[in-house]
Design a protein around this ligand. Sequence first.
Ligand SMILES: [Zn+2]
Length: 143
Amino acid sequence: VTPAADSAVEALFAAALAARQKAYAPYSNFLVGAAFRDEQGRIHAGCNVENAAFPQGACAETGAMTAMVLAGGTRITEALVLGWPRSADGAGGPLCTPCGGCRQRLREFASPDLRVHIADRAGLRATFSLAQLLPESFGPEHL
Ligand SMILES: [Zn+2]
């Protein structure tokens, strides 16, 4: 399946790919872009931002989430993440899935049935539900 097969996914793919170009990753050289659609249909994107004090770096998903909240969005209805090393051509290789922390961050703004697309430069590679990525999760409704 290519992003062009689904215009909704294609728009997320384009936003995430553009965000990846802005990634600040001088240490890992692993550039990531993320794009989320909110409940109003708007797309918010983010890139990873590393730091010389390594733990202070931020994932692409975190940036996209901050952009969504800043714009007044409250729910993530669809997500796409892509990433690969600066030196690679971006096709094939391991799937760049959200890290464990970002899976939980997604859960704050999405239900377990959220579709999380994983792509590379060539297009869509896989689609997971958030429940697949974060089973038996703890969310806002628990509090
Ligand atoms: Zn993360």
